[in-house]
Write a protein that binds this ligand. Structure first.
Ligand code: DON
Length: 303
């Protein structure tokens, strides 16, 4: 596996020059576009890591499936899906248009920003601080890393510039999709996006999803919630490139604008990737190409 990953990484390194790091959150603009790393952890827990795997990055949208699982465990499917839908959008991840044109104000799915804000609002907790602490504990448990923290600089940067997310949240509050305090919900959402991890952390989390929610014999997440989350990652996880990704790679995956991708092959492995240079959709450009090659080499597509 190590040789294969080294070969795939070197063959795709040139893509990093064709992508661009995210700049709409100013703190993310500091990332080095040349960074590239991949960790694969098989179902028995054996890890292989290649490239810049010690580099820390923020979860960004990779937090969306994690917040979804916690909200589902807290509130159950009926309540969660009364506030957020199950359909892919075909629109960019931060698009606002369907919130109004669909009239209900209910965001189409939990993998886009509006849907994630609605999902985060459902996490249990007396205060914003308690909600984010519960999510952090969940992330630490899944990653097997008790040192995972929020990157305060990235959090502040997003808090200062996240006006489109703010606009969507107020719109959803107006239509009754959000019921709690908007500022508190946004604080939790901005903090969850700023949770700082490595490739190895997200590969561990992905391995738990590949293992039906089980870590070392303990059922951490109910299997039904894992099944549902993996399905969202297939249909909506790579934004408005999810269809092409399903055709070319064929595995559940979730990307973030920091350049991370968390992917998994059910029953086989968890995969973590970092490559901050992004394609036009907002997915790691080299990361997507590496997953294409890995899927072809090991026949990983689940379809
Ligand atoms: O809310 C935002 O715009 C970011 N914190 C997260 C967006 C994101 O990662 C989309 N990913 N491709």
């Amino acid at each position: 596996m190590k040789e294969l990953l080294e070969k795939i990484l070197e063959e795709n390194r040139h893509w990093t020059k064709k992508g661009k790091v995210a700049t709409y959150i100013p703190a993310l603009a500091k990332a080095d576009p040349k960074i590239l790393g991949i960790t694969v952890i098989d179902i028995d827990g054996k890890a292989v890591t290649v490239g810049d795997c010690d580099t820390k990055f923020t979860l960004q949208s990779i937090s969306k499936p994690l917040a979804l699982m916690l909200a589902l465990m807290d509130k159950g499917t009926d309540e969660v899906f009364s506030k957020v839908g199950m359909e892919p959008t075909g629109d960019p991840f931060n698009s606002i248009i369907k919130l109004e044109t669909l009239r209900t104000g209910k965001p189409l799915n939990p993998m886009i920003n509006a849907g994630a804000i609605a999902t985060t609002a459902l996490i249990e907790g007396q205060s914003g601080g308690e909600k984010i602490e519960r999510l952090l504990e969940f992330v630490r448990l899944l990653a097997g890393n008790k040192d995972i923290r929020v990157n305060e600089e990235v959090y502040r940067s997003e808090q200062e510039t996240g006006d489109r997310n703010r606009a969507m949240a107020y719109f959803m509050k107006d239509l009754g999709v959000l019921e709690a305090d908007v500022d508190q919900i946004l604080e939790v959402y901005f903090r969850q996006c700023a949770i700082e991890v490595t490739c190895s952390d997200i590969a561990h989390m992905a391995r738990c999803l590949a293992n039906k929610g089980n870590i070392a014999g303990k059922q951490i997440i109910p299997h039904e919630i894992v099944r549902l989350t993996n399905t969202f990652m297939v249909t909506c996880g790579m934004y408005n490139a999810s269809g092409e990704f399903a055709i070319k790679v064929g595995i559940p995956a979730k990307s973030g604008v920091s350049g991370g991708i968390m992917a998994l092959v059910p029953g086989k492995m968890g995969i973590g990737i970092i490559g901050p240079a992004l394609n036009k959709i907002g997915n790691s450009i080299a990361g997507v190409h590496m997953l294409e090659d890995l899927s072809r080499a090991l026949d990983l597509s689940i379809f």
